[in-house]
Unconditional design. Sequence first.
Length: 273
Amino acid sequence: MRAAVTLVLLLTLASTAAAQPLPAAQAARFSEGTAALEAGRLDEAETAFRAVLSGGGDRSFVHHNLGIVLQQRGRHEAALAEFQIATKQEPSYGPAHLLAGASLLALGRPAQAIVELDRAVTLMPRELAPQLQLADACERTGDIRRVVATYQDIVALAPDDPEYAYRLGKAYLRLSEWSFERLKAVNPRSARLSQALGGEYERQERPDLALAAYQEAATRNPALVEVHLALARLYRDAKRWPEAADAVGRALALAPGSAEGKALQAEIAAGAR
């Protein structure tokens, strides 16, 4: 959170030049408050920003910086109110939407946070902070599909960061688990369910269980090319050449142009010799 706040504070200082200017006295007071905020002198910063507001300096960036002070103090309801005033006065100001979302997360309101963070991402498409907060919000609401999509965007922004690649991998794993449970609930006798179970047993290096699961999938739906190919690979690994040849033949009967099937058929024929 601190890194995001620092980024937003710098953006705030840079953006004031384009905003409606403050009267000279209020501008000086605002600068004092901003310097105090950067130095961590929160009492002094809050006093300065409130003085600017009460003195006729009702501007979005003043409410925004006051919101930062309140957020750093853990007063998230009060901070949220200030960020909402800032976004109402200047709807296109992304940092205020970002920190409104952060305070909503701190208040345990992730569904509302997503609304603010979606807006922040739209307004700040090249910044990581809104995306990271959005991924957190989606995870808290249990929307694993959006978690995956958001981490895909994060990795695109920072392709060399191994931490984000790791988080994307974890999200993919959770999506796979969610899909499996969803499939089991919808149709517990689905061939795809047995196929997914076979794949999981393969990852666990339990070929006998994988073989049984794929055999069940092939029985339930004989038209699944990838199931026959999986069976052919397992039979090949076990040097059960006739069964391997039969399985790959079934796959090629369904998909005559399969490059994988043709290569596997040649390999099995060579092994059988």
